[in-house]
Design a protein around this ligand. Sequence first.
Ligand code: ADP
Length: 261
Amino acid sequence: MSARRVRDHEGEVTGSALAYKEITDLLRALRVKEQFLASVSHELRTPLTVVLAHLELLVENEDLPPSIQPQLHAIERNALRLGSLVGDLLQVAQALEAGLELQRTDVDLVALLGETVETWRAKVDASGLTLRCETPPRMFASVDRQRLRQVVDHLVSNAVKYTGRGGTITLGLQGDADHLRLCVSDTGMGIDEAEREHVFAWFVRGDEAARRLISGTGIGLHIVRTIVAAHGGEVTVDSTPGEGSTFHVTLPLAPLAGIGE
Ligand code: ADP
């Protein structure tokens, strides 16, 4: 983008003018990028659903020789991975699209956390983990319910993925007159100090996550940060490698929301 100096009649610089056309071009390019992301994710999802449906039939088909099962399972695993990548991309596209258009309502955050715990219960039990909530009896805030649920789901999903059997995941909620603080702690593998500030960027995965072959796309925390920023808040992480991590989400309380008894 170019800027031109504006001078008064004595030649003194009094300001600068940005070329309007260049700004419009830039905005248009950004818009095209978002639309491209959204349509590519949609277009990929349909054929993938068909592939997965046929694969499921093949895996369950008892007439097929057992020797081809390992290959079928490998195809299924990778198609599922692709499915979760496409799902993540769709969420990014939606978060970008809805960036300035949150659907805020007064939401009972304690109930929202309770629902998240219920959704994760079976997976948590199967992974040999303990999941607990430390919340006040009720807390209301004016937030986009669906988007905040996405935030909590991503953080819990990561805590489950990166914590070994016997570990504990804790969801915490606190608030004062101006802010609410939501945290998700785990006793998992932790994040190296050098990586901590980068894990919220697009497609960034920690070395340890990749070394342990834990599947992931590096998109989840970017979605979390996008949604939290749209609410005017911020997300940070504290971590000790080998001991665990705590993700803190701080949101300013929008007017009319308050803390219940
Ligand atoms: P993904 O988990 O799909 O790789 P994310 O964007 O959710 O992508 O996370 C980025 C990286 O941050 C992960 O690859 C991992 O290295 C690290 N990370 C995120 N959450 C945790 C956690 N609870 N414990 C340890 N590492 C984590």
